[in-house]
Design a protein around this ligand. Structure first.
Ligand code: C2E
Ligand code: CA
Ligand code: CA
Ligand code: CA
Length: 278
């Protein structure tokens, strides 16, 4: 479908007015989508590179609109993030993630779940209380919940973000810097933040098999991360050769299509079963 001004417009460069209209429509539909079961959370596994054990998942939002079909998170998440609705999105994903971790614990599996945060969550001084309540209610140990935040999310307003991050960290949840390597002040600011993990942006990981400069970036992020006492995760691992290189470089954790695409909960369960039976 390529109707003008409609959320299904594709295939040509839209004008500013069209972009604005499309964003507005996305956000208008999203509230209803949350309430009517159009929004789901999928899980993509992370493995320890040392022994290839599954250690957890990243929770990723998915939206299937009855008329517009599957919508791309890279498009609708930024639109939702620009509004207060992102609180509802984050809570929705966190609730699904904690339910899932609880279910695994009840079956004797200790897997963690990572939830992506937005600038607005980091500017919301009530957010740590919301998290504490959800952890208490589900009985999930805080170390099994990770929050992924971007450098731009923190740097948008560090004065507000830092106290929120400190309080989240004090709860015992794991904090990870996402898309690492794509920002500007990476090295200097990393030391100031209460974070436990860095996640190397997939744009560097894709190229490391064939591009020496990508390989050098990945290697130096791993070394830097370890020298600061942080765990290092590589996302976007699509090839055996890249995984093997990451093992050689001492990277801790891998996530990517080589291991699995993000899967809906039932298919993730089947994937997990097939993998642990082997
Ligand atoms: P992200 O946080 O960097 O998430 C990783 C993205 O990389 C996901 O795209 C995932 O499907 C994709 N990916 C993982 N492994 C591979 C691989 O091996 N190859 C390739 N080509 N891609 C891989 P997705 O799910 O489309 O999400 C895109 C972005 O949307 C996310 O980037 C994140 O910024 C945002 N997002 C997704 N879910 C949420 C959410 O629940 N809350 C918030 N605030 N943002 C979200
Ligand atoms: Ca992420
Ligand atoms: Ca990322
Ligand atoms: Ca991203």
């Amino acid at each position: 479908a390529a109707r003008n001004g409609d959320v299904a417009v594709r295939g040509y460069a839209p004008s500013m007015g069209q972009i604005f209209l499309r964003r507005f429509q996305l956000v208008t539909h999203f509230r209803q989508a949350l309430d009517t079961g159009q929004v789901e959370v999928h899980f993509q596994p992370k493995i320890a590179l040392r022994d290839r054990e599954v250690i957890g998942v990243e929770a990723l939002v998915r939206w299937s609109h009855p008329e517009f079909g599957r919508l791309d998170p890279d498009e609708f998440v930024p639109a939702v993030e620009a509004t207060g609705l992102v609180d509802a999105l984050t809570c929705f994903v966190m609730e699904r993630a904690l339910e899932q971790v609880r279910g695994w614990l009840d079956r004797g599996l200790r897997l963690s779940a990572a939830v992506n945060l937005s600038v607005r969550n980091l500017a919301d001084e009530d957010f740590p209380d919301v998290v504490a309540e959800a952890l208490g209610r589900t009985g999930v140990p805080p170390e099994l919940l990770t929050f992924e935040l971007t450098e731009s999310g923190v740097m948008a307003d560090p004065e507000r973000a830092l106290p929120v991050l400190r309080r989240l960290h004090a709860l015992g949840v794991v904090l990870a810097v996402d898309d690492f390597g794509t920002g500007y002040s990476s090295l200097a600011y990393l030391r100031q933040l209460p974070v436990d993990e860095v996640k190397i942006d997939k744009s560097f990981v894709f190229g490391m098999g064939s591009d020496l400069s990508d390989m050098a970036v990945v290697r130096s992020i791993i070394e830097l991360g370890h020298s600061l006492g942080l765990a290092v995760v590589a996302e976007g691992v699509e090839e055996d050769a890249v995984r093997d290189q990451l093992v050689g470089m001492g990277c801790d954790t891998a996530q990517g299509y080589l291991i699995s695409r993000p899967l809906p909960p039932d298919r993730f369960e089947a994937w997990l079963r097939a993998r642990t039976v082997r």
